[in-house]
Design a protein around this ligand. Structure first.
Ligand SMILES: [Zn+2]
Ligand SMILES: [Zn+2]
Length: 202
């Protein structure tokens, strides 16, 4: 900001300020003849307030960004642990796991957690009736092999399961960081118990 030269002196004091003669000062930010509110930075009260407001805004934006990042990072973490959980549910003691839609047998580490309704639907993303182990060919190649998936869901969990997952998936669910932390904790406990009961430690 330009520093203006003080050429004139204020004759009448500003309303509310004391009568005594005030030394003329120029704000280093707005260039107006005003008393300094921050003497070391040569800022008027208006500019000090403005700067404070900007800083507060930035701080708020940072907090918001941090929260958003932590939710996405926690969702990723939950995806990982939930995938281990689902695969272990279907794994036999020899460490093998069958693809839910084609029946191919694979080592549980080599199979994926396939979603019946897309992962983008948060209300079914971590639902036991919407997730099952799938081979790469079914999960990626056939985009989930959805028709067969639905048929198999009804066979395993009862008629209407597939439809109920479709309906539930369309409900808007938003997880907070606290929700996700709680879920991660819960699923980690389940994984621990499954590993013990099936004696699977790889
Ligand atoms: Zn100013
Ligand atoms: Zn398959």
């Amino acid at each position: 900001m330009l520093k203006r030269k003080v050429t004139t002196e204020r004759k009448t004091p500003v309303k509310g300020t004391p009568e005594k003669k005030v030394q003329e000062t120029v704000c280093s930010s707005c260039g107006k003849k005003r008393q300094y509110s921050n003497k070391s930075k040569k800022l008027c009260a208006v500019c000090v307030k403005k700067i404070q407001a900007t800083k507060a805004k930035e701080k708020k934006a940072k907090v918001r960004e941090k929260k958003r990042l932590s939710v996405s990072a926690l969702t990723k973490k939950l995806d990982q642990i939930y995938s281990v959980y689902i695969r272990l549910v279907y794994t036999t003691a020899d460490g093998m796991c069958e693809c839910f839609t084609c029946g191919q047998k694979l080592h549980w580490r080599k199979i994926q957690n396939g979603h019946f309704q897309s992962r983008r639907f948060m209300s079914t993303r971590f639902h036991d009736h919407n997730c099952a182990p799938q081979c790469y060919a079914c999960n990626i190649g056939l985009s989930g092999n959805q028709y067969i998936y639905g048929v198999k869901l009804d066979e395993k969990f009862g008629p209407g399961t597939a439809q109920s997952m479709v309906t539930l998936s369309r409900q808007i669910t938003k997880f907070t960081a606290e929700d996700l932390i709680h879920l991660i904790d819960e699923i980690e406990g389940k994984v621990e118990r499954l590993r013990k009961s099936k004696n699977i430690w790889d």
